[in-house]
Design a binder for this molecule. Structure first.
Ligand code: FAD
Length: 407
């Protein structure tokens, strides 16, 4: 049988594509998934009564009404708890609210002075030209102090590459700083949460962790997903694709990192450098039991001496999780299986295959070239990996909805 669409990867993008291609566009679909179960980054396990999202900290919100409609159709809003985000930053042994620039007043007074001087003297205020790499850009935007104590070490820990190797085209994710506002918040000792750079509220399933969302969407799609089938060969024949030498499809949609398809595809020389620029990192999540008494959801840890970069206070958002569960996210490059982050050994440590697409300099042009080349012959890319962008699950679902809408 020749399928209309073959989808590579059964994460939340692949499953959304499958559902909509079948139900809305009436297409025949096959999804191939290399693991023994679908879900990708949106998987959850329950261990010793603790809920662990194995792809790292996952929370649901979106600015796209279509995505709310889509998700709540399969998992009603009443199945979620809704939270005001409580996220913190550990800065030189003091814990302050996120983001730093709005909460300088929470630091000791001498620190406040040096942070404020540094913000006022940032490159933007001095009308210096806009830099082109990430390190210079954050110095220009936020001033040296926030960069040196927080942004640079935190980002280096998270991404696993030097900020100077990174592009600036993804920086809409980074807090915007208005110097006058920074001074005002500090003097008034308050922050305006409406100016938050990211979601100030979020949804989290009442039960079953983040995977509950994936499961609700995937329920009707299971018979179209073939697990344990790693895509390692993609041949373009006359007018169709032959995948792994056995599946035929008119079109293929890729939802995995393009660089992982390098050996499966016949890559022309002109695209070799572009494939090289498609880079991603991996993270490890480590679950521990620890006593704590706070209402935090998560905390950012820029201190370079600690290997992990974020910690999650699980029962504060996963209400079906036992007290005392905490987990840490660590870039795989910094992870040492023998290092212990708490008094007792970890209950579980899980490594992701691919966590963040790294925005190295030149990545945007590279993915554009790849997508342009292959879309002409019916091989498309959708989602966090397919489009190689820092997309959250809601944006990946939105891209899948858009893709099917344009057919
Ligand atoms: C640490 C972290 C925190 C995040 N926090 C949030 C958050 O708070 N909120 C939010 O909405 N989103 C969050 N995200 C983003 C979210 O995880 C992704 O946007 C979303 O899961 C992407 O889904 P996907 O299907 O595109 O990719 P994936 O989930 O990666 O799925 C790809 C699938 O392809 C499979 N695969 C790989 N190679 C092959 C192959 N050769 N053949 C066949 N199958 C293959 C994989 O096994 C996987 O199942 C976070 C991500 C990370 C890493």
């Amino acid at each position: 049988m020749r399928f209309d669409y073959l989808i590579i990867g059964a994460g939340i993008t692949g499953v959304t594509l499958c559902k909509l291609l079948r139900e809305k566009a009436g297409k025949s679909v096959l999804v191939l998934e290399k693991e023994t179960e679908p879900g990708g980054l949106c998987r959850t396990v329950k261990i010793n009564g603790h809920i662990l999202d194995t792809g790292g900290g996952h929370f649901f919100n979106t600015k796209h009404q279509e995505v709310f409609d889509y998700v709540f159709r399969y998992l009603p809003e009443s199945e979620f708890n809704y939270f005001d985000r409580v996220s913190k930053i550990e800065l030189n042994n003091t814990t302050i609210d996120y983001p730093v620039e709005s909460n300088i007043w929470q630091l000791p007074i001498d620190e406040q002075i040096s942070y404020l001087i540094s913000v006022v003297r940032n490159g933007e205020s001095a009308r210096a030209p806009i830099p082109t790499n990430y390190e210079e850009w954050i110095r220009w935007k936020l001033g040296d102090k926030i960069c040196d104590t927080y942004m640079i070490p935190y980002n280096q820990k998270l991404w696993g590459v030097l900020p100077e190797e990174m592009d600036i085209d993804w920086l809409y994710k980074i807090p915007r700083v208005d110097v006058e506002e920074v001074l005002r918040y500090c003097l008034e000792r308050r922050q305006d949460v409406n100016k938050f750079p990211a979601h100030i509220h979020f949804y989290y399933p009442k039960e079953g962790g983040f995977q509950r969302i994936f499961d609700a969407l995937a329920d009707d799609e299971r018979s179209f997903i073939k697990c344990g089938e790693c895509v390692n060969s993609l041949q373009f024949k006359e007018g169709y694709w032959l995948v792994n030498n056995k599946y035929e499809a008119n079109c293929v949609v890729n939802t995995i990192p393009w660089s992982d398809l390098y050996n499966a595809l016949d890559v022309p020389e002109t695209l070799e450098e572009d494939f090289r620029l498609i880079r991603y990192n991996k993270i490890v999540v480590s679950l521990y039991e620890q006593n704590y008494n706070c209402n935090w959801h998560w905390r950012y840890i820029p201190n370079i001496e600690k290997s992990y970069h974020r910690e999650f206070y699980i029962p504060n958002y996963a209400k079906d999780s036992k007290a005392g569960g905490i987990y840490y996210e660590t870039n795989e490059k910094r992870f040492d299986a023998y290092e212990q982050y708490a008094d007792k050994p970890a209950l579980l440590q899980v490594k992701t295959d691919a966590a963040y697409p790294i925005p190295v300099i030149g990545h945007a042009k590279a993915i554009k070239n790849i997508l342009e080349h292959y879309s002409h012959i019916g091989l498309f890319g959708v989602g966090r990996w397919g489009q190689h962008q820092y997309q959250n699950a809601d944006v990946s679902m939105h891209e899948a909805i858009k893709f099917v809408g344009e057919i």
